[in-house]
Design a protein around this ligand. Sequence first.
Ligand code: ZN
Ligand code: ZN
Ligand code: ZN
Length: 249
Amino acid sequence: MTTEQKNIDQRELLKKVISDEINWRDALNIITSLKKPWHTKEWKEQRKILLASQCENCGTSTPPLVLQHTWHPTPIYKLFYKAQKKYEDEWLSWKQSHTIEVDTSSLLPDMDGCPKCGSTTIRYRKTAQTWICVSKPKGITCGNVFDAPIRVVSYEAIRNLEKAADQNLHDAFHEAFGIGKKVTITALEHNIRYLSLKDTKTFCKRCAFVEDKTNMVLCNICKNKYHSKKYDRCSSCAGKDTPENLEVN
Ligand SMILES: [Zn+2]
Ligand SMILES: [Zn+2]
Ligand SMILES: [Zn+2]
């Protein structure tokens, strides 16, 4: 799919989701498997065009200058969380009337385990050339010593099956209440806005770092030091020495 990926037009995808030409689940799968936009050729070219000759924060023209996003798409799980909040009562009754059924009988043994208790927490002892079970459910160690393990269904395999069943339950609920489609549309709108590079600024490395990693802003008076948003100027400009100052080189 890698060669096709960059040709996915998210505007087209959005239209298809709105008109129900494509299921929101499939659309979400496409979006989440897309490669990061800044790895694409289009993105790199756009960046060259939009990059200004000086930092829009401190005014320096000393390279390297970078294009920084001032707005980011909301993570999809947060969109779901927000959308589902309005349906709290519906969700509770949905969970009660739709029990999760996990059929582990279809699972095939995928790991070595203890012949006595079936746990996969076992250890081979080189010197004795035997296995020992070190599983400790409820504080009591199994301690079974054996020559050869048996094949068992691992806890992870069961857990994965449970996770899938849980996801199906959520999917069905999101489908029934239009949440899935709504979230997918918002996610696509966010992606399209992000990809447009409309919300970007040219920053020098120093200002980009401060913007990214701290909650500081550049002092408007000296245009050199950064200070907490609580204050209107850095401590040097305020004529006092406080630890609120941040100097980045
Ligand atoms: Zn700067
Ligand atoms: Zn055991
Ligand atoms: Zn200052």
